[in-house]
Design a protein around this ligand. Sequence first.
Ligand SMILES: *Cc1c(COP(=O)(O)O)cnc(C)c1O
Length: 452
Amino acid sequence: MTTLRDLPSVEQLLQTQTAAELIAHYGRTLTLRAIRSTLDKIRARFNTGEITNLPLRDLILAEAETLVVEWTNPTLRSVINATGVILHTNLGRAPLSAATIHAMDSVSRGYSNLEYDLEKGARGSRLIHAESVLQRLTGAEAAIVVNNNASAVLLVLSALANKKRVVISRSQLVEIGGGFRVPDVMKQSGAKLVEIGTTNKTHLADYEAELQEPDALVMRVHSSNFKIIGFTEVPELKDIVELAHKLDSFVVDDLGSGALLDTAKYGFAHEPTVQESLAAGVDVVCFSGDKLLGGPQAGIIIGKKELIDKIKKHPLARAVRADKACLAGVSATLMHYLKDEAEREIPIWKMMSLTLKQIRGRAEAWRNQLGQGDIVEGESTVGGGSLPTESIPTFLLSLSVKSPDKFLKRLREQNPPIIARTENDKILLDPRTVLPEYEGALLVGLKNTLKP
Ligand SMILES: *Cc1c(COP(=O)(O)O)cnc(C)c1O
């Protein structure tokens, strides 16, 4: 009769060639833990009568290997975005340009002059690296790059608005997502929130009334992820700025996305640009690095030198500072704009500027490779809390499958996982957001999933 005594010991299993290979790959600690854990499970199954025969050594080791593979697989992985949502926040927002990846890679590999002045041979400032390109690109007097735009807003308000009154239109008291609420951030910074106007209408006179009082500044927040339509009004930014300056105050503008190119050129509505805010005379503008800028996660703050200097000196600036890879990446992405090559080099602008003919061509090529599917008209969107009601036409590969939800799940189980959507029981795949270098993997994954 089989008893648990017939089960090989940990020591016996460790003597095998397979265990040696596992140790070489995954280290002794994990291998040992996986073998012990596997043996424990087998004992438990045997004791409960779930199994009556004990597995052979090879099978035990295979089970242990499954465990170490699972334990060492990173949870954060590349996926293929076939949703047609260009800045998908859940899928990591903007993919980076080749030059940006190269810059981040080379600065991470070794040492750099991050805080070292090569001319003087002495300590330098990390802030100068992205600042010079931002100055050249936007004409702003000064700039600072931080960890993300949420920390940029917190830092700007903490440095400039602590114990001051921040005048903001009720239509701009937004929640960005991930629980980032403008009123809460204001409270956190020590600013006193002064709400003016109503949800749909705010007039210049509302600003004027509050700015008459001392120690007040204006905050404008772009309503990135929603749109109020109908009977609505907010004053022109330049009129608010003019009023604020006349009353010895200033304006902070949280642009959110911070487009440097005009989205209207690509068939979307116009998203306010960084250049427009500066042209309106705004004193401090902040925006994200990984939304419509198309770079790595970052918060970019630009504006008047006097105010930016205060921001740079605030203790929070140290807490939310950008790391060297971020600074290198932001600079490299900005350089594409400086060189008028953003549309050619930055993936999200490349996606937006794809012609319908190009997209149709790719969808057809996929259909031909798969030997099934239809090409149908559809819509791509920007996402990432930008241009919420907007879409541009695209072509989709539409697949008819038995159980769409199960099919989507199996697509997510591919390597790399494929993220698609369904509509009216069809699986829809948008070539616009599938990076060309992932096309091969997409087709392999689709073929796997379509196999009966
Ligand atoms: C997205 C957004 C933020 C937050 O930016 P992150 O870079 O995601 O931290 C802040 N304000 C506005 C208006 C936004 O749209």
